[in-house]
Design a protein around this ligand. Sequence first.
Ligand code: ADP
Length: 585
Amino acid sequence: MSQTAQTVREDGIIASVSGPVVTARDLDARMNDVVYVGDEGLMGEVIEIEGDITTIQVYEETSGIGPGEPVENTGEPLTVDLGPGLLDTIYDGVQRPLDVLEDKMGSPYLDRGVDAPGIELDETWEFEPEVAEGDVVEPGDVVGVVEETVTIDHKVMVPPDSEGGEVVAVESGEFTVEETVVELDSGEEIRMRQEWPVREARPTVEKKTPRTPLVSGQRILDGLFPIAKGGTAAIPGPFGSGKTVTQHQLAKYADADIIVYVGCGERGNEMTEVIDDFPELEDPSTGNPLMARTSLIANTSNMPVAARESCVYTGITIAEFYRDMGYDVALMADSTSRWAEAMREISSRLEEMPGEEGYPAYLAARLSQFYERAGYFQNINGTEGSVSAIGAVSPPGGDFSEPVTQNTLRIVKTFWALDADLAERRHFPSINWNESYSLYREQLDPWFQEEVSEDWPEVRQWAVDVLDEETELQEIVQLVGKDALPEDQQLTLEVARYLREAYLQQNAFHPVDTYCPPEKTYLTLTTIKTFNDEAFDALDAGVPIEEVIDVDAAPQINRIGVQEDYEEFIEDLKSDLTEELRSLY
Ligand code: ADP
């Protein structure tokens, strides 16, 4: 954040303090202005104005401040600093870098009244121009590039609110983010640092229908419940259900250029885990640290409630900035329930009329405003880029009927239902295939047909049908036992078992199985289908079920996941299955 003392306008004084909510008298302010509250200058934001009384949500712990102390208005909305240096950094919810805070305060959590720019102001970057004198540039245009990290080239863009014009001066060389890199004939100076109000989406030309999957390398996701680049997904995570592992897998393997991870007020130690874990993770596609393409926003629950409210906006604004450069960005918010709880707390302090379970009536609107900012876009500079938003939800007691889950499900188009029972049975990833869904399936089919195989949709539908049938048969099995079923249904159960064990399950900790390319996902399924088709033929020819399911090659199906040279393995396995089963009759 970058409000400075020079822009201060008319002062007011504190009238009352109620937790994170402070009222001020005589403050000349507009909605969403950023203000500094009290002698310590705590950062806050105007959220209500009624006559002479201005209500402010304060982003820091308010104990010890009281009526009569000054309130200064910056006259500016809450903004983020955008520019090189966003990646490989860990921020709090109002974009203060945690390492800087730590240096200043000796602890990342005792952070009252400390302000720090969102990006390093002293650091220099090697600027490589992409325009020359005489070129005409418009808002959004790329004027040059700096190597932000080993993985990512940062495109320096004309700010969206610029007039544009003809380039009259441009130079390559080392610059700080505040030095001018390009001068226009209008006198405007372009710098690497931009500011943007967090509550406002950065402009684009057009939101397009997303048609490319965000490939995750997780069979159940890519194969059954895919999310598009620019899509939205929710993932509820009861404790111990594998939420952290799933999020890490997505951060590591999803084919996004940039990851923005918003850790929003989970229990203190969980967030510390993220802060400790992420810098250790390696980007499998480059071998570089994952942080080289990641911006991490970390708000633990011991950070003040209002900062939790703002952190998702900070995150999505950073995501949009990289989208503008033409990148595919995946934003993960963990957890949106804590964010909603922050809204509820502020709302109750404001004595607003509560809606369902005490959440404010505008809960649904806020959630949809957030997910609305995801999408596949044509940017104002002509490039295409995307923001995919994946929100974790933590329904108390795993009860999906509560308001945050329900309102989220109305908005998002993909739902990955993590299931504590599956986790208990060590079925990982513990995504429940009966409850999960993706509304992107059909629109992504052409991509999978083109890139993987023409019959991708049919093979998937076959698997879905078998799994559905298994669910129904299981109910009967519970009553009468498996042996009472007719032979063809027993065989269906056997096929479904392979689907669960070889296809749906995937070991995140196995060096090969951890990532499964779409091609392998498809071939795994066709191997099981080969077994299915040949086994049913054998059964029809009168071979007893025991012999059919007992063929030597069948258990090899469960070995596909760990095969590095899977193509040859699968080819051999298919012919073994076929041969053995045909030899039975
Ligand atoms: P949560 O964050 O929901 O509390 P975790 O993500 O920490 O749960 O997962 C709990 C445990 O489950 C992990 O320590 C790991 O042993 C196991 N687990 C979860 N997902 C997988 C997976 N995809 N592959 C293998 N093991 C997993």
